[in-house]
Design a protein around this ligand. Structure first.
Ligand code: HQG
Length: 184
């Protein structure tokens, strides 16, 4: 991805996940923003781009971070929200028996004590593949991979959701369902 596209992707993540009000944008509860309004408010705030560039960011995003609505008029971040404007009505679905979470070694002691908490975001993010979980964890330092026992969590009544881009979400993961990833 070019520098220009990466920069726009980061701007869109910031606006559509965290701080829409910083440019005067209102998202609906499902996280959608009007593309026309987004472009005009961003331009006023000094960040200029057009519909074509926006489409290129959406199409080339490695994690499919953004979704454009069927009518082509709206855009939302698939997951990762912290904004109070957003409360997506995800439908609970049955998760695979296990999911993975990559984190940094320095967080592990606290995770063992408190479980996985969403922090600023609305949900804890989990991955189906060890590879994706590894990439997520490596962003914060030395990687530590955790395995979440979703079968047991599900049986105990915890709900799981899947974002538009196949990232798994759950409110939190109590410590009893977390173990270290081992290859043997
Ligand atoms: C950790 C990226 C201490 C948690 C990825 C993580 C993802 C705790 C960090 C998405 C804890 C939160 C989300 C506890 C959790 N004590 N640390 N009790 N519970 N943590 O960024 O899952 O590239 O909010 O392990 O692909 O890393 O931005 O969550 O290390 O889908 O599009 O606290 O962000 O997407 O960090 O990443 P984050 P995450 P993008």
């Amino acid at each position: 991805m070019s520098k220009q596209l990466t920069e726009l992707s980061k701007f869109l993540s910031y606006i559509l996940r965290h701080e829409p009000q910083s440019i005067g944008l209102q998202l609906d509860a499902e996280g959608w923003a009007s593309i026309g309004e987004l472009i005009s408010l961003a331009t006023k705030a000094g960040k200029q781009f057009d519909r074509e560039l926006l489409q290129r960011v959406v199409d080339t995003s490695d994690k499919k971070r953004f979704t454009i609505s069927g009518d082509g008029l709206s855009i939302r971040a698939a997951q990762g929200h912290s904004s109070e404007q957003v409360s997506i009505d995800y439908k609970a679905i049955t998760p695979p028996a296990v999911l993975y979470h990559g984190t940094a070694t320095r967080f592990v002691e606290s995770i063992r004590a408190q479980g996985l908490l969403p922090g600023q975001r609305h949900y804890v993010h989990l991955s189906e593949s060890v590879e994706t979980a590894s990439q997520v964890g490596e962003r914060y330092g030395k990687l530590h991979l955790l395995v979440v026992d979703c079968a047991r969590m599900s049986a105990a009544g915890h709900e799981f959701y899947m974002a538009d881009n196949n990232v798994w979400l759950t409110k939190q993961v109590p410590a009893e369902y977390i173990s270290d990833y081992t290859t043997n």
